[in-house]
Ligand binder design. Sequence first.
Ligand code: C5P
Length: 305
Amino acid sequence: MASIIARAPGKVNRILRVGAPTDDGYHPLVTVFEAVSLYEYVHVEEMPGNVDDVVTVCYLNQSEDPEATHIAAAIHDVDHLAMRALRALRPPSTPAVRITVHKSIPTAGGMAGGSADAAATLVAVNALWDLGLGSDELQQIGRPLGADVPACIAGGVTLGVGRGDVLESIDDNVDHHWVLAFSYQGLSTPAVFAQFDRLNLARDLPRKHDIDLQYLTNDLAAAALSLRPELEEVGNAALEAGAQQWIVSGSGPTIAALVSDEATAGRVRATWELMPNVRGTCSVRGPVIGAEVCEKLPLWARRCA
Ligand code: C5P
């Protein structure tokens, strides 16, 4: 029976400006996404029978992460974003499938892990059943699944307005080294937006021509840091180890530091690895291209398949 593998990158918001919530409860954003080389791999396989299922295997630095895998197993199949993406795209009378998500982007980490699961599944299902949809159409279908799904499909550097889901690409010729610090506990995106409202942090949104791409900015940082004050120390430790800038990634709690080269990345990681609030670290590059079909799973994921 047919099967296909696709992957989608996570993201860091280099700029995240947030306005006051509108009547639907969502906050208008002006944001600059950069897709980074930390990927969710999704394997979609046709199966006999008529029941779909989804299995998630989590990894930290290319080794299986049993604790995170155990937590991910608690997500009910019907709520899993990969399964919701399958339902959004599946034509009538297609066989049942098993979806295996090989997950390296931390859950509730502020890096669009769930949206990347949906993005990779949309790309895989489109290819599996030859649906012939282009990137714009997949972004349109993915938008209601999560505000970051279009950015994970598009990849590169994109400007997002609306909920962050109305995109245009930005021609930003950069090659960034990022270092990421993962936390022991995730942060819920709605909880961080609610804290943002409680602290009255909304500001007027900039026009897109007024955005300065040189400096990392995150309006959600104060809300995330008020819920997790210890993260400030993590960011500042990166500066002491030679990073140029740091930022809370999206709604956090992942901390992303920009460094000039691999050697500095190594120093920042070594510093972070000694900190009690850091569960793990990783070095990534950005920007990278968006969700795509892959010939096979990487070796480290095949070992656990
Ligand atoms: O779209 P997504 O499922 O990622 O959003 C999760 C939650 O984050 C929303 O239910 C909402 O509470 C909050 N959110 C928001 N404004 C946005 C994006 C997300 O308030 N632009």
